[in-house]
Design a protein around this ligand. Structure first.
Ligand SMILES: [Zn+2]
Length: 304
């Protein structure tokens, strides 16, 4: 037991100086994903034009709709969104400032919008964007938001003095893998539709794939946690799976002698000291998709 205590001390010291390279096992590492989002719909004018543009380029987007505008008069537009593979999300019932709202008020508002959308197109929103991105104060008391909260970066395209060209340049400037792009489809916002005619083909040519919000999290292997307002969804390493190419590998058998014992702990310590990333099939003891100090602790527990 004593030698393990000294090993733990050695682990701590090594980790104080060593940098561990974590191995990404994503098969689609070179892909770049981006999510276009449009607030303040639905309507039968600008929303329709934007949907036509999206259809022309065969790309999806996410529409954050205002609940009180979701009714039979806009059912056709909402159906088009669904049929084109777009996602419909909540932008609150009536665009009220939510700063002083309670948790329960937010839940009730989301449910009301969800029911309205369901009544028209039989789908339910999974995420929400707050009006003006104003976060209720309860969130700052370490209370998770009741539903996944999406932010985004945009072009101030709600402001009519921002030209089409400026909208194009700004979106291209902020484009990166995992970016949520915040735009508006309220009636008369034609410059954003015009900008899309350039933004979409240029980003496609640059290797981007357009996805909805739900797809973005799925593609990036990122959990949609409730503790933040998401604006960029960074790619997480794929979870380690039991490998089919090397079934003979034993979890924890770092030195490859078909046994899991203290020699493996020493082998793992050596990997760390040499700054090596380690084979996930044997070194990722806690199965979280990467090799880090938790694996050393997990291996230690396994042996003790
Ligand atoms: Zn809005």
């Amino acid at each position: 037991m004593k030698k393990y205590i000294s090993l733990i001390l050695a682990i701590s010291m090594i980790f104080a100086v060593a940098t561990i390279q974590t191995a990404s096992v994503s098969a689609e590492t070179n892909k770049k994903y981006i999510a276009l989002t449009f607030d303040d719909g639905p309507n039968g004018t600008t929303c329709e034009n934007i949907l036509r543009t999206l259809r022309d380029f065969n790309v999806p987007a996410t529409f954050f709709v205002i609940g009180e505008r979701v009714n039979s008069s806009n059912q056709r537009t909402l159906k088009k969104m669904v049929n084109q593979g777009c996602q419909i999300a909540s932008h609150s019932w009536n665009h009220a400032d939510m700063k002083n709202w309670t948790y329960d008020q937010v839940v009730a508002d989301f449910k009301k919008v969800s029911d309205a959308i369901y009544e028209q197109v039989q789908v339910r929103p999974t995420v929400m964007r707050l009006p003006n991105l104003t976060i209720p104060s309860f969130f700052y008391d370490y209370v998770d938001f009741p539903v996944p909260m999406m932010g985004g970066d945009g072009t101030s395209d709600w402001n009519q003095s921002v030209s089409t060209e400026e909208r194009i340049q700004q979106v291209k400037k902020i484009a990166c893998d995992g970016r949520i792009v915040l735009l508006h489809c309220f009636e008369g916002n034609d410059k954003t539709d015009e900008a899309l005619q350039t933004i979409i083909p240029d980003l496609l040519a640059d290797g981007y794939e357009f996805v909805t919000i739900d797809e973005l999290f799925e593609k990036q292997n990122q959990e949609m946690t409730l503790d933040r307002q998401w604006s960029v969804v960074k790619r997480q390493p794929a979870p380690s799976t039991t490998t089919t190419t090397a079934p003979q590998k034993i979890k924890g058998d770092v030195n490859g002698d078909k046994k899991v014992n203290s020699l493996d702990l020493q082998a793992m310590l050596r990997l760390v000291a040499d700054g090596k990333s380690g084979d996930l099939a044997t070194c990722d003891i806690d199965n979280n998709g990467k090799f880090d100090i938790l694996d050393l602790k997990a291996l230690l527990q396994k042996i003790l």
